[in-house]
Design a protein around this ligand. Structure first.
Ligand SMILES: *Cc1c(COP(=O)(O)O)cnc(C)c1O
Length: 392
């Protein structure tokens, strides 16, 4: 590596970030929550009510408001996004030893949910524009590997049922979900959307999470809004939400006093305390969305002055929530990535590379994956930069 070049470019990137972020005494994290609304009021109301656990007014209200925000029939709030994905998979009929198709480039929670449902992941490549699962490869794979029997699709090579496609909207940028949804319908495979990062993201006015059978959001502390820890399952099928809610509530049958459970359920419902925080955060969603879009414009303008790097834009036709801003390094500068990460962090600017590809992680090495050329290229090119709404 040319040491001088590395140093200059890394300092160039750090300089642009430093200019945007302004004078700072403390470390600027990649993403931090903002609590400038009714958080303390609702939390103390919740405590006064004594209903702090997995039932209460704030849970009902949060579920209604999430459904309204996303534009679906109903939702169920859960303890985190991973648990939500697990339940969503089970609710659309994923069973032990089934295969679930997902992109190789995502947070590990996406793949973990597949394994929690005891299913087998099949990793596909992503596409350049959205970093989401590649519709063309998906269609090719279903066409060449799938065989239809009794209304279900089976993998000809393994004999397993292909019971779901799990698409992910990376950094809040909508993937080509309309295309993916049409393919899934054609092959009769349920579509689950991992919208953990995509609250507020839309395609032509239609919210992410409403293109398939079911969508799942996360409200972890680093997401666009937070409930401390939490998630929500949304669907236009009341059947799916009912099933997910039942499983999340220890599969308990309604009865005035008896404890009757009709299957092995989970303790996955969101506590009222977390929902109280969520209700206050939801009131600020529009404001967060405006700030994040503004931050993207500021970063984009600032980095247009520096050659060899660009800020990841939203895909065409899509309206991103710009949850996490990302720099894309030109091919020629990929070898400078670690120098940039090192220099920025040393200068108190929180940056990180994108996740390692899922099929390279220890628990996922033995599962099937297709050619992953785009995912492999992007794994080396992306650097996330400070993205908090509070930076504006
Ligand atoms: C955050 C995240 C999850 C998991 O959500 P948790 O609430 O942390 O369990 C799943 N998928 C993606 C893409 C995420 O970013």
């Amino acid at each position: 590596m040319d040491k001088t070049l590395a140093k200059n470019f890394a300092e160039g990137v750090t300089g642009v970030l430093a200019e945007v972020l302004g004078p700072r005494k403390q470390f600027v994290p990649l993403h931090e929550p903002a609590f400038n609304g009714n958080e303390k009021l609702y939390l103390s109301q919740c405590i006064d009510s004594t209903y702090v656990s997995s039932a209460g007014e704030f849970v009902d209200r949060f579920e209604e408001e999430i459904a309204q925000t996303v534009g679906v029939e109903s939702s169920v709030a859960v303890v985190n996004g991973t648990a939500g994905l697990h339940l969503a998979l089970e609710a659309v009929g994923v069973r032990e030893c089934d295969e679930v198709i997902l992109p190789a480039l995502s947070f590990v929670g996406t793949a973990n949910a597949v394994r929690h449902a005891k299913a087998v992941p099949v990793f596909l490549d992503v596409e350049r524009e959205s970093l989401g699962i590649c519709p063309e490869q998906l269609e090719n794979w279903l066409l060449s590997s799938g065989e239809s029997k009794n209304g279900s699709l089976f993998n000809k090579a393994t004999g397993a049922r292909i019971s779901a496609v799990l698409a992910v909207h990376i950094f809040g940028h909508p993937c080509r979900i309309e295309k993916i949804s049409a393919i899934c319908k054609r092959y009769n495979v349920p579509l689950v959307e991992d919208c953990a990062e995509a609250l507020g993201s839309k395609i032509l006015g239609k919210h992410c999470g409403t293109f398939g059978e079911v969508g799942v959001f996360s409200f972890n502390g680093n997401k666009i809004l937070t409930t401390g820890g939490g998630g929500a399952i949304v669907s236009n099928s009341n059947e799916i939400v009912k099933k997910a809610k039942h499983l999340a509530t220890t599969a308990k049958l309604p009865h005035a006093w008896r404890f009757l459970h009709d299957e092995v359920g989970y303790n996955y419902r969101m506590p009222n305390l977390n929902a109280a925080l969520g209700c206050a955060q939801l009131e600020q969603l529009d404001h967060f969305l405006i700030s994040k879009r503004q931050l993207f414009k500021i970063y984009s303008d600032a980095f247009s002055e520096l050659e060899g790097v660009e800020v990841l834009p939203e895909p065409s036709n899509a309206n991103s929530n710009f949850w996490l801003q990302a720099l894309i390094l030109d091919e020629a500068n990929v070898f400078l990535r670690d120098a940039i990460l090192e220099t920025t962090n040393r200068n108190k600017i929180g940056t990180r590379p994108i996740w390692d590809l899922l099929p390279t992680l220890e628990p996922y090495k033995s599962f099937q994956s297709q050619t992953l050329n785009v995912a492999k290229a992007f794994e080396t090119k992306i650097i996330n930069i400070p993205s908090s709404a509070s930076l504006i």
